[in-house]
Design a protein around this ligand. Structure first.
Ligand SMILES: [Zn+2]
Length: 197
């Protein structure tokens, strides 16, 4: 992701937020639909070895900061799930994957999507702040967890709403009517990879 020009990346902010993009030229302006799913990857530093278990990163702190800051805070804020993927050891690479099959996962996703449409007539991602209050209310412990994470990780209101939607989706995948503390805890984990303070 940081290989793109910062100005180009910033243009993503509008469609990520509103699902449409406005093109303005001298005399006229037009809106185009632009609802999409953004999946992006980046290294943790220019050489790619920061945090690697055996290889040593040779980047200076200043270089790392400059590299990571190519993704602005407001853009990062609009990315719902941010996870760090550690390098695999040779042994792990050689092992056969023991996860679920894609068919089983696709069925679970379809069930979760069906639950969302039955409950609110749209995907969790498209809920307005008012609808969030109605459909994404975690219980007392979950609420406390969220409040603590919000203060410690310096979340914006936007980040808070996005984590709530992720927690709602995790609960849907778990086929639960209410958002439980473990759903909230998992959603928080997906948003602390970068810029943790
Ligand atoms: Zn490095």
């Amino acid at each position: 992701m940081p290989e793109f020009d910062r100005k180009v990346l910033e243009v993503l902010r509008e469609p990520l937020e509103s699902g449409q993009i406005t093109i303005s030229r001298a005399a006229r302006q037009a809106d185009f639909p632009a609802r999409f799913q953004l999946i992006a990857a980046m290294n943790s530093c220019p050489c790619g070895y920061l945090g690697h278990p055996s290889n040593k990163c040779r980047c200076t702190p200043d270089l790392i900061a400059r590299y990571q800051s190519k993704i602005s805070g407001p853009l990062l804020d609009r990315i719902d799930i941010q996870i760090e993927v550690a390098a695999l050891s040779n042994d792990e690479l050689a092992k056969q994957a023991d996860g679920e099959s894609s068919v089983a996962i696709a069925k679970r996703v379809e069930r979760a999507r069906h639950r969302q449409f039955a409950r609110q007539g749209k995907c969790n991602n498209n809920l307005s702040p008012g609808e969030l209050d109605l459909h994404c209310r975690p219980d007392g412990d979950g609420k406390q967890l969220l409040r603590t994470a919000m203060t410690r990780l310096h979340w914006s209101a936007r980040a808070y709403h996005r984590v709530l939607k992720i927690a709602r989706t995790i609960a849907d995948l778990d086929q639960q009517a209410s958002i439980m503390p473990q759903h909230v805890a998992e959603a928080i984990q997906y948003r602390r990879a970068m810029r943790e303070q």
